[in-house]
Design a protein. Structure first.
Ligand SMILES: Nc1ncnc2c1ncn2[C@@H]1O[C@H](COP(=O)(O)OP(=O)(O)O)[C@@H](O)[C@H]1O
Ligand code: SF4
Ligand SMILES: [Mg+2]
Length: 320
């Protein structure tokens, strides 16, 4: 029996900027069970990274969680004090940040950086923590001699593996990977994707895989969520979302994936995502949607469960 490890309910995260309030995540709900992988897709600026920060409980200023809950293993982390949050971060939930491989500290060895969380969170000695770190780097396909090396001695792919090892080190229940392959060349991308697949089998964490590239999600995720302008447009099992895309935005995204020998023309959705300080009323996708009706321009579409576990926010599926 799989149990629910992560439950996000009506999460709203806004950035309070000098030029207005950016509604980056605006009413997102989802849940994940042990060992399950959820892919989050959507164009740049749709709120994917901000959703990741929300699940991690680390919103960069001037951002703030204004509503909703993030329940990890029965605990609503939006209610925790900063010190309590620090305790669960990396041990219950961790994140491989977008562009993370450049975040390694250049003045410390990999071993130093990997052993530090083990010393702080688990109270291990330096020797014990280095032994655990050595096991973990082997898991991500590196040799333990890397522990003596400095970040500048490593390739991009090696650094990304170190960051993945860091995220997994304390055996968190939920791991978020934000565009973990974007900065890498295609061969290394494929290696990192294979690594994630192996780790899913061996570690059984719940995983959120964030990417603008739907073909990556098709490869790894059990469930797929498509984000548009701070909201989930469609969410369901990957095979149903890919096999029977319901939301016009998902349909447009899928048509825009180049396929080898595909007969149909690749088309891109015309227009650009809205400014999240002044999102369009009604359905946020209506200015770009070929099916937009009057109701779409004034009323927000409700979430409709069209088939079991396959939810879409679109007026086309509301029986009226
Ligand atoms: N620190 C910040 N301050 C103000 N606005 C931000 C900040 N970070 C992100 N945003 C805005 O929030 C929205 C969502 O951004 P983000 O979560 O990074 O999207 P994605 O990861 O899908 O590209 C965008 O409009 C972006 O400009
Ligand atoms: S609610 Fe209306 S505008 Fe929005 S995606 Fe559906 S049909 Fe298009
Ligand atoms: Mg991002």
């Amino acid at each position: 029996m799989s149990s629910t490890v992560l439950g996000v309910s009506d999460l709203r995260i806004y950035y309070y900027t000098l030029t207005g309030i950016v509604r980056a995540v605006d009413g997102v709900s989802l849940s994940l069970s042990e060992g399950e992988a959820l892919g989050i897709a959507g164009e740049s600026g749709s709120g994917k990274s901000t959703l990741g920060y929300g699940v991690l409980g680390l919103i960069p200023p001037p951002g703030r969680i204004v509503r909703g809950s993030v329940v990890i293993d029965g605990v609503d982390i939006t209610k925790l004090k900063p010190a309590e949050l620090r305790k669960i971060r990396w041990s219950k939930v961790s994140m491989v940040f977008q562009g993370a491989m450049n975040a390694l500290n250049p003045v410390y060895t990999v071993g130093h950086q990997l052993s530090e969380p083990l010393i702080l969170h688990k109270g291990l000695s330096v020797k014990e923590s280095l032994a655990v770190a050595a096991e973990m780097v082997k898991k991500v396909g590196l040799t333990p001699d890397i522990l003596r090396r400095y970040p500048h001695e490593l390739s991009g792919g090696m650094k990304q593996r170190v960051m993945i090892a860091m995220a997994l080190l304390l055996r968190p229940r939920v791991v978020i990977a934000d565009e973990p392959t974007t900065a890498l060349d295609v061969v290394i991308q494929a290696q990192i994707m294979n690594l994630f697949k192996e780790l899913r089998q061996s570690e059984r964490n719940a995983m959120i895989f964030i990417t603008h590239d739907l073909s990556i999600i098709a490869e790894i995720a059990d469930k797929t969520g498509v984000m548009y302008a701070g909201k989930i447009a469609e969410l369901g099992l990957s095979e149903t979302v890919f096999g029977n895309p319901l939301h016009p935005y998902t349909q447009g995204l899928l048509r825009s994936i180049p396929r080898l020998r595909a007969k149909e023309k690749i088309t891109w959705i015309p227009g650009v995502p809205p400014d999240l300080r002044i999102p369009p009323p009604g359905c946020r996708f209506h200015p770009r949607c070929p099916y937009a009706m009057d109701v779409c321009r004034s009323e927000e579409p409700p979430e409709i469960e069209v088939e079991r576990g396959h939810v879409v926010s679109c007026w086309l599926y509301v029986k009226r």
